[in-house]
Structure formats: C-alpha cells, structure tokens
Design a protein. Structure first.
Lengths: 248, 319
C-alpha cells in the first residue's frame, strides 16, 4: 500500500508540460530515490507534492494516507505529516535556531531542541541562540533544517539534493537522520545525483520528461541512468521504443 | 529643584504601580541594587538612585526636565530603569533630558515609554548626551502603545561620544500601534569612539513613521553601525533616512536598512554615506520588499499558516 499515490498527474509551467501523466506509488516506511537528468521534473514533482505556490494547478490527483491533498495548502499538507528539505535552505535573519526548530516541532519543549541538534551533530549550547542567517555555513544550515524536520516527526520527507553543498561530516549526519526517519516508520523521497546518497535508498525511480519511465532496485536503475541515459531529443516524453528499452 | 529623591506620596506610588503594571514583565524591576525613575505626565512618581548616579528633575507644565549624571569611574552594574508615560487617553508629555556619562563610567539604561490607553497623546523628548572618554552609555528605549495608535512620538537626541567612548542605543516599538513617530538621532564620534544605533518598529493601520539616524565619524579609528529594521502592514508609511559620514583615518561604518512591507504599506529608504578621508571606509545596504517567499514556504512546510509564518519572520527581523 502506498502512503503517497500520484494518479495521472500533469503540471504545465510557462507553457511547458513539466509533469506528464505521471502515476506512481511510494511505499510507506521506505527510502526512495528519485533520479533523472536535469530538467526531468524531479524538483517540480517535490514542489507539487508539497503544494508550493505556483505548483498547485495540477491535473490528476495526489493522495496521501488515503486522502486527496491536491487542494490543500502547504501548511495543511505539513500538518498531515508531509515536509520538504530544500536543496538550499533559507536564511532567517534574527530568527534563532531554537525558534526555527520549535516552529514546527511536535513537542515544543526545550529538550526537543537539544535532542535534535545533538542528532545532527551540533552542540545545542553553541547553536540554539544563534540566528539562522548568513553567519552559518551551508552545511550548518542544512543540518539545522534537518534538525527542524526531525523535531516535526513527519510521515513523509521530501529531500531535494540532500548532499548539495555540504561536507563529509554533514553528509554523515544526514544519513543518521535517514536512519531515524526509517526507524520511526516515516517515508523518505530523495532527489539526488549522488552515488553515495543512492546507497541509502531502497528503491529508485527514473524520471524523464515528467514521467516515471522506470522503477526498481537502486543498483539497476542507477546503472541504467549512469551508463545508458544520454541527452535525448524527445521534447516531452520518451518514444515507445525508448520506453520499451528501459521498462522490464 | 530636585524631584528625583523626594519620597513619593501614596497617590504617586499608586500611579507608579499602574504605569509599571502596563509594562507587563518589563516593569518587574525590584531590589535596592536597581536604580529606577518613573515619570507620569509631568510628575516624578517613583525614584531610586545608586552611588555614582545622580538625577535632578524639574517639573514643567507639560513634562519634566532632567539631568542624569554618571560620576567619573562609576560602574552601574544593573540596568537603570526609566519609565515615562501617561495613563489617560489624551494629553502631552515633553521630556527634556541632559545626560552626562563622565570619563570611564558605565551605565545601561532601559527606558520604557508606556501609553496603554492613548487616543490623542503627544510624547516628545529632547535629549543631549555626552559620553566622556572611555565611558559607555547604553540607552534602550522600548515603547508600549495601546491598540488605537493615538500617540505622536517625537524623540530628538544629540550625542557626543568622547575618545574611546561607546554609545549604544536601541529604539523599539513592536507592541501596540505606533501612531506617528518622528525619530531623529545625531551622534558625533571622536577618536576610537564606537556608535551602535538600532531602530526596530512595526507599523500598522495608518501609522506614519519617520526615522533619521545620523552618525559622524570625526575621530581616527572611530566606528559606527546604523540599523533600521521595520515591518509595515495595512496603510502604514515609513520614511527612513540613514546618514553616516567619515572624515578621519581608520574610521569604519556600516548602514543597514531593512523594511518588510505588506498590504498597502509604503516604505522608502535613503542611505547616505559620505567619506572625506582616503583611509575611511563606509558601506551600506538597504532592502525593501515583501516577506521572503522561500522563508515563508519553509515555515509553511513545517505547518505554520501564512500569518503565523509571517509573524515569526518579522519577529526574527525585529527581535
């Protein structure tokens, strides 16, 4: 049973069809990877699932835990347990790490802040009163964003390029957080190009021109993507021959 | 005539309590080691001073004139609390304040201006401040207004900071409706002096806000930061004018103006930097716009609705 089901989802932006009759189920409690070439629609898909402004006018349906969420605003989807970790986390001038984490935390006690900061390898005493601003490195902001998501205790985490712009230690902490999500039974969908990140996924989906053109084991899908995917000429969708080649 | 050290009458004590109660948690300064002074309208209704800190107060028809002196080398450990305000709906309060922080002295003053019931009140302040060599004088002015916005606030202050002295000031109006504000501070800095000036204001309804922050880095190696952070909603209008001049070697300064506008609010920012010495350096940045969409979406993806997310972003900016 999929925790998240997309039924024939299409989305047109600026006159171009970015998501194209896309249908897919994501199993609950698993870590899924979404791979594909630049411009395939991966980040758009995450934005559409989250319901970000500009990505809500979809055709088809998005069903989360048995309920259609396509007409819900972002915060209502978040309250049902969906959240997004951004490729480039926002900076908040003057807003303390503590307030940022507690904003969406399920348990709003100070102990939560300490627990999640420790989990991402940041000293609570050193960080809780710092601002989530430009004084933090990209890796620190990524870890603090992850801490805020851990505090939220979500059911579905969308992670857009979790390894983007961070150091080895930060990446290790992200993998720790993945373990935490999985232990709690949460579902994770990661958008990534990284082999290292892919190793932490259980399933992979290959997205091309707004459609899922293949899915299966991480090794097989990644091998196909790495070895056989080339810049192709199709405008919006693979040809039947191309589809036949990649789909078992 | 000194009005600061007379024992208050029971009526004055009652007024002081009521003024302080309107401040909520901000009014909870107690203890013999904390200096404080409460002025209701043109009347001193409570006072407590400490060695090294002197105050003289003269009553005027529409307010008070006061002289605050920090004796040479005096270090006042706990913040000094000043409370100005009026409980009635209408009236005017004019404060004339002369401050002298003598050489190597230190004090941090927290001034609360409270007009909880204001419908038509004018609060003006004309202050001159002298910060002696090596002295530090900090002045935090927090305004608490009612929901009507019926207050005209006109603080005008001229400051001279002596060699190696430090002057830090913050003006905050976040609780209640601003009304009309015409803020005008001008500070001259001698060699190695430090100036840090911040205004934080939320404007709502039909508030009219005018900020003029001016700093002059006249002495070698003097430094200054001028910051104005405003959030405007509804039909509020703000005009922010920050000017920093540098005319001495090694003088360093930065001007920073950030304004968030929502609804039909209008904000203008005019940062002026003027450098007349080749070894001086002043920078500025000004940003006016709506709430950052990425910040908003991040908080909404944690479950905050748009209003709560906006409030938290503004709280951070003005915090």
């Amino acid at each position: 049973m999929g925790i998240l089901e997309l039924h024939d989802v299409s989305l047109t932006l600026g006159g171009r069809r970015i998501l194209n009759h896309l249908s897919v189920d994501f199993w609950e409690g698993h870590v899924h990877a979404l791979i594909g070439p630049n411009g395939a629609g991966k980040s758009t898909l995450a934005a559409a699932i989250m319901g970000l402004p500009g990505y809500t006018h979809i055709e088809g349906d998005i069903v989360f835990a048995g309920e259609s969420i396509k007409d819900l605003p972002v915060y209502e989807r978040a309250r049902r347990g969906i959240t997004l970790a951004w490729q480039e986390p926002a900076r908040f001038e003057g807003l303390s790490v503590e307030k940022f984490i507690l904003a969406g935390a399920r348990d709003k006690s100070p102990a939560t802040v300490a627990r999640v900061l420790e989990r991402v390898g940041l000293d609570p005493e050193k960080y809780r009163r710092r601002a989530v601003d430009r004084t933090l490195s990209g890796g620190e902001r990524k870890r603090i964003e992850l801490a805020s998501i851990l505090a939220m205790e979500p059911r579905l985490v969308l992670m857009d390029e979790p390894d983007s712009g961070i150091d080895v230690e930060a990446l290790r902490r992200i993998f720790d957080a993945l373990s935490d999500f999985k232990e709690r039974g949460a579902t994770v969908i990661m958008i990534t190009h990284s082999e290292e990140v892919l190793r932490h996924a259980e399933h992979a989906f290959l997205l091309c021109d707004g459609r899922i053109i293949d899915k299966g084991s991480v090794g097989r899908i990644d091998s196909y993507f790495a070895e056989k995917c080339v810049c192709c000429g199709h405008e919006n969708q693979p040809t039947p021959e191309e589809m036949a080649e990649v789909t078992p | 005539m000194s009005g600061a050290t007379k024992a208050p009458t029971p009526e004055q004590v009652a007024k002081a309590r009521e003024l302080l109660a309107s401040l909520g948690a901000f009014g909870a300064h107690v203890g013999d080691d904390v200096a404080h002074l409460e002025v209701h309208g043109n009347e001193v209704v409570g006072a407590h001073l400490l060695p090294g800190l002197e105050a003289d107060v003269e009553q005027r028809d529409d307010g008070v004139e006061m002289w605050l002196r920090l004796r040479r080398g005096a270090r006042i450990a706990n913040p000094v609390h000043l409370c100005f305000g009026m409980l009635p709906k209408e009236g005017s309060q004019h404060i004339v304040m002369h401050v002298e922080a003598e050489e190597d002295s230190f004090a941090s003053v927290q001034a609360h201006c409270t007009f909880p019931n204001a419908v038509a009140i004018t609060h003006t302040m004309d202050a001159d401040v002298t910060v002696g060599p090596g002295a530090t004088y900090e002045y935090f002015e927090r305004h608490l207004h009612g929901a009507e916005g019926g207050v005209i606030v006109v603080p005008k202050t001229r400051v001279k900071v002596g060699e190696g002295g430090r002057f830090k000031t913050e003006f905050e109006l976040i609780k209640g409706q601003a009304g009309e504000i015409d803020f005008d501070y001008e500070v001259d800095c001698e060699a190695n002096a430090v100036l840090d000036m911040i205004t934080r204001i939320i404007g709502r309804g039909r508030d009219r806000i005018r900020i003029r922050e001016t700093g002059h880095l006249n002495g070698a190696e003097s430094r200054a930061v001028l910051q104005s952070h405003l959030a405007l909603r509804d039909d509020a209008v703000a005009d922010v004018y920050n000017r920093l001049t540098a005319s001495a070697p090694g003088a360093r300064g930065h001007v920073d103006c950030k304004e968030i506008v929502q609804g039909r609010a209008v904000a203008t920012a005019t940062p002026i930097v003027e450098v007349s010495h080749p070894l001086a350096h002043v920078t500025h940045e000004a940003a006016i716009g709506s709430v950052d969409s990425r910040q908003l979406q991040t908080l909404m993806s944690r479950g905050l609705d748009e209003e709560a997310a906006t409030d938290l972003i503004i709280e951070g900016l003005l915090g």
